[in-house]
Each structure stands twice: as C-alpha cells, then as structure tokens.
Write a protein that binds this ligand. Structure first.
Ligand SMILES: *Cc1c(COP(=O)(O)O)cnc(C)c1O
Length: 437
C-alpha cells in the first residue's frame, strides 16, 4: 500500500516512510493512494478495541516494515477503554475519546505514532549506540521537536516518554498555558525536555521552524516532528470511527451521523477515511468555535485562512486548518466538497449555555470542545441517531467548566498522577541558540 502527496509532485511512499517524513517533500500531506475495503473480520461487532484497530489498519501496512509489528503496536498503544455512553434521553451516544493518559483524543494518534517511530528507528540500527547504559542522550536516533499551545505537547510528551532512541523537546509559551496544562508538559523527565519560552506560541513555532530549516541541526539531532499532519496520527483516528460505527450499528440497527468538534480537522479526516473504507457511517458534520474559516469557505466557496482567535474551546483555536488539504484531496471539486462537508460555528456563549443545559438535563458534563458538537447536534439534528464525539475530559478545562456547573470535577486517575508529579523545565529566550546551545 502506497501513500501520495496531496500536491502530487513527489513519488509515492510506504506508510513507514510517510510516518518518518511527516510532511511530503513537495510540502503536501500524505494520503492513501486508494482506500482498502474493510475485511469482514474488521466489521464484526464485539471485537476488542486493539484487535479491531490492527485488523482495520492492516491493509495500509501490507508489505511495510511495520507490518509484523502492527498488532503489538496497537495492543501497547490502545491499552485504555474507548466507551460509548448514552447522552441523557437523546437518540445520541457520546464517544468518549478521553480515557488515555492525557485525557484527550490526541493520545490515540500520538501513542500510535510514537510506537511506530520507535519500531522504525530500532530497526534501522540494531547496534546499542550511545544509549547503552547511559540513559538518554542527544545521540538518540530521532529528536522530536514540538511547539505547543497546550494539548498537543502533553499528548506527544506522554506518548514518547521512555520510547527508546527517541528524545523529545517541548516548547511552550511561558505565560500561555494553564496550570494543569503546564504540569502535563513538564512532569516527564528522562528523554523529554521541556522549555518555557519567553514569548507567545508564535515565538515557539518560529524557533521550531528555524531548527527544521537548519540542515546542520536536522542532521545532527535527526530532527523530526510529531504534529497532527503526520500520517501516523491520522490512521488511528480513522480506526476509532470504524470501531464506534460498527458497535453503534450493532446496538441500534442504524448508521450514525457523526458530529465532530474540529480545529485543524485531523480528527474529522479520520472519519472521512473510515467511511471511504466502508465503515457504517452516515453523514459527517463538524462543529467549530468562533474560528469560522471552514463555515465561511463552505458559504462563499473562497478559502481565506486567517490568524486564530482565542475561545474557551482553545484546542480548536485554528484559523488555517492544515488538514483541510486532505479533505479537499478527497472532494476536489467545490460542489462535491460542499455536498460532503458541513460545518457550523459555535460562539463561546453558546458553548457555555450548552455545558449548563446538558448538565441540568442529564448530569453529564461536557468539555468546551465537545459542547460545540453538542450545540450543532441539538440545533440541527436533534432527532437523528448520532455519535457525538467527545474530544477531551472536562476536568482538563476546569476553570471554564466548574463555574458553569457549580461543582468541582473529579480528575481522572491517569491525569491526576501527572498533576502530582514534580514539574521540570528550563526557561529560554525565543532563540534557536537557546534550544541548541
Ligand atoms: C486538538 C483538539 C481538537 C481539534 O481536533 P482537530 O483534529 O485539530 O480538528 C478538539 N478538541 C480537543 C480537546 C483537542 O485537543
């Protein structure tokens, strides 16, 4: 199975090559050359989660260096539950994607990617190298650089923590993340180093970009990225939709409408890919916050990326959604795109009202991102059999959610463990020389 660039100006590659490369050399994003059809086995209800994922993704890895390791990688990466629960008395179910170590859906992609990369770097060099007996060092085979405004860095750090022969450097804006977010970025140690940058998120991104544009550094440290455009993060996001839709169909007899809270659109691309492979999915709709780039594009037919604006659903504060390029590759003509892709924008006030309403009606607590999805579902599809995709645990956003529901939230066990660990970071100026002295 081969993968091609959305911009079509470079050779096709294997899954392993796409995962190690991140971005395609022509600046495009890797997408499957064609979509395999799910096997009968992959579509059987009642399968344990990790087995389902391994079956569903197997065709993408046929003939790939990772082929024989796929099952082990899945079993190791997906060691937490992926439940669907009723949403009060509505015809919808909530797909809870927040039971991983950092309590957001990004754990799926980051954990799968980390294990793929670990398997690939240990394959290319079987000698013990500089790591033997010396803990972790810059002599690792790969250095993952991430700039984060919050959620991604935590999921990536957690996923790569103690992965052999890979080290991680996480950059976050010194005064730009919440207390709990900072804990999740700085509690790791070992092969993960955290840097509080004296500046904002754009400064962090600029430093990372400069590093990637410095061939000496790229070579010396084997710089690589784990951001959400990596194919290794997309494939497992298709897999949970395959699993959820199969179980939904078995339980209700119908194909679900999927409602997906979206920012960079990687999560939603997973759903479209799952449907292309034959997963029993009906319509797919997106909910965005006040960052209206996609709804505006659907309305006007004109794509106008812009700077992100701050909202209470901050992991979706994206004004130039990078994975949109993958969706446009699926539906290249505008009419087709408008038929298949729908999106609504939800204001902060509507998010707050939705969190309050759902709590009052059913006692269920939504995170601010999931609330965007619920607003769209309730206002546009109240009677449809739907899966509302829950992207994070509400306790990650306690300063928004707790005042709205008037009580404290219990912190999930895995997250509590991270919050209790001592933090450890260096503060640096936003300069490349500070990151790589
Ligand atoms: C990243 C994130 C999103 C947005 O997902 P995309 O794949 O970027 O569309 C939504 N909710 C939460 C909690 C996230 O962390």
């Amino acid at each position: 199975m081969k993968f091609i660039s959305t911009r079509g100006a470079c050779a096709s590659v294997s899954a392993a090559e796409a995962i190690l490369a991140g971005l395609a050399p022509d600046g495009g994003l890797y997408v499957p050359e064609s979509f395999p059809t799910l096997s009968k086995q992959a579509l059987e209800p009642g399968k344990p989660y990790a087995s389902r994922v391994a079956l569903a993704l197997a065709p993408f890895f046929s003939g790939d260096p990772l082929e024989d390791k796929l099952r082990t990688i899945c079993e190791d990466a997906f060691s937490f539950p992926v439940p669907m629960v009723d949403l009060g008395t509505t015809p919808a179910k909530v797909l809870e994607l927040f039971h991983g170590p950092t309590a957001a859906f990004k754990d799926f992609g980051a954990r799968f990617l980390a294990r793929c990369m670990e398997a690939l770097v240990s394959d290319t060099d079987k000698s013990p190298g500089r790591l033997a007996g010396s803990g972790y060092s810059d002599g690792d085979r790969l250095t993952i650089l991430v700039a984060t405004s919050g959620d991604t860095g935590g999921a990536v750090a957690a996923a790569f923590h103690r992965r052999k022969r890979i080290s991680v450097r996480v950059l976050f804006p010194e005064n730009g993340v919440s207390g709990r977010q900072q804990k999740q970025l700085t509690c790791w140690g070992d092969n993960v180093r955290s840097y509080a940058v004296r500046g904002d998120f754009d400064d962090c991104q600029r430093v990372v970009k400069e590093a990637f544009q410095t061939p000496l550094l790229v070579e010396k440290y084997r710089l690589s990225s784990a951001n959400s455009i990596n194919l290794g993060r997309l494939l497992p996001q298709a897999a949970y939709y395959i699993h959820a839709s199969v179980e939904f169909l078995a339980a209700t007899g119908g194909k679900p409408l999927l409602v997906i809270p979206s920012g960079n659109v990687g999560n939603a691309v997973g759903a479209y890919w799952a449907r292309m492979m034959g997963a029993p999915i009906g319509d797919i709709v997106m909910a965005v916050n006040a960052n209206r780039t996609i709804p505006d594009f659907l309305e006007s037919g004109e794509y106008r990326p812009r700077p992100g604006i701050k909202t209470i659903a901050n992991a979706m504060d994206v004004g130039a959604p990078s994975n949109l390029e993958r969706l446009r590759a699926l539906y290249p003509d505008t009419a087709g795109f408008r038929r298949e892709v729908r999106a609504w924008s939800v204001s902060d006030e509507q998010l707050r009202q939705t969190i309050r309403r759902v709590y009052d009606e059913s006692g269920y607590v939504l995170c601010p991102h999931t609330a965007a999805g619920e607003w769209v579902r309730q206002n546009h599809f109240p009677d449809e059999a739907a899966i509302l995709v829950s992207t994070a645990h509400p306790a990650k956003f306690e300063t928004v959610v707790e005042p709205l529901i008037g009580r404290q939230l219990e912190v999930p066990e895995a997250l509590a463990a991270l919050l209790d660990a001592p933090g450890n970071f260096e503060t640096i100026k936003p300069e490349l020389g500070e990151l790589f002295p």
